[in-house]
Design a protein around this ligand. Structure first.
Ligand code: CO8
Length: 258
């Protein structure tokens, strides 16, 4: 399917979704957000996709929500249309693993989009920030909540109150990103990581995603119980038998997602 604001390629069971509004540093306008929702839902439903990578350009993952498009909105417009609410819920419905591969600016909604992915691989050029305060607003798709869980209250307050940017080294040090790679290796590293995930049982990968995400939604005790029940349930799958037999027989497992 052809998109106006995205480039989507599927290779080796990985869907690579590239945000493509170069003239606006991939600012997230309604057209892009709608297409991103469609592309992610299509990848989630596609048997030829087992992992998704979302990236931008060398200069910007995304410089935030599109300020030109937002600037004239009233409270009534934003509230009545549930501005960005539906996009967020659609995105979070995806059950397959999503990696954000971030080079350059990931600001405002761009930083929040990266944090809504399952993990972030950053180029050494990446810059993260929540500068909404400079525009007289706050983050709108989870920045105050997710960044705080990633990096703790003090750094999150610092980022949101000053609007400063965090470079890749600081982002790795503070737990926002899983690893930093040279900019010219970002896509190859992200794709290699995604391919590694595609070799696992897709069923088990979905269970991992559900269980880790549950840790954000619940108490430790409830989360651990949820995990234990998933662990028990996976003994009903062929992939558990295959995974454990393969280990004992000293061979690679052949998972069938059953
Ligand atoms: N919206 C619209 N256009 C943008 C945006 C944006 N967020 N960011 C950059 N652009 C445009 C610029 O207007 C410029 O266009 P033009 O050439 O037509 O004037 C072009 O991209 C290039 O930008 P610059 O000339 O400014 O490039 P610089 O290299 O000088 O600066 C910066 C790069 C530092 C990234 C700078 O562009 C900047 O500060 N951008 C705005 C960053 C920002 O404030 N982001 C937060 C936006 S608010 C937000 O995200 C709210 C979140 C709520 C939920 C989001 C859901 C999706």
């Amino acid at each position: 399917m052809a998109y106006e604001t995205l480039i989507v390629e599927i290779e080796d069971y990985v869907a690579l979704i590239r945000l493509n509004r170069p003239d606006a540093l991939n600012a997230l306008n309604s057209a892009l957000l709608a297409e991103l929702g469609e592309a992610v839902a299509a990848a989630d439903a596609n048997d030829k996709v087992r992992c998704i990578v979302i990236t931008g350009s060398d200069k910007a993952f995304a410089a935030g929500a599109d300020i030109k498009e937002m600037s004239e909105k009233s409270f009534v417009d934003a509230f009545t249309d549930d501005l960005f609410g539906t996009n967020t819920e659609d995105f979070l419905r995806c059950r397959k693993p999503i990696i954000a591969a971030v080079a350059g600016y990931a600001l405002g909604g761009g930083c929040e989009l990266a944090m809504m992915c399952d993990f972030i691989i950053a180029a050494d050029t990446a810059k993260f920030g929540q500068p909404e305060i400079n525009l007289g607003v706050v983050a709108g798709i989870g920045g105050t909540q997710r960044l705080t869980r990633f990096v703790g209250k003090s750094k999150s307050m610092d980022m949101h109150l000053t609007g400063r940017f965090m470079d890749a080294a600081e982002a790795e040090r503070s737990g926002l990103v899983s690893r930093v790679v040279p900019a010219n290796k970002l896509i190859s590293e992200a794709m290699a990581t995604a391919r590694k995930i595609t070799e696992k049982s897709a069923l088990t990968a979905m269970a991992v995603k559900e269980a880790v995400n549950r840790s954000y939604e619940t108490t430790l005790r409830e989360g651990v119980l949820f995990e234990r029940r998933l662990f028990h349930a996976l003994f009903a799958t062929e992939d558990q038998k295959e995974g454990m037999s393969a280990f004992l027989e000293k061979r690679q497992p052949q998972f069938r997602d059953r």
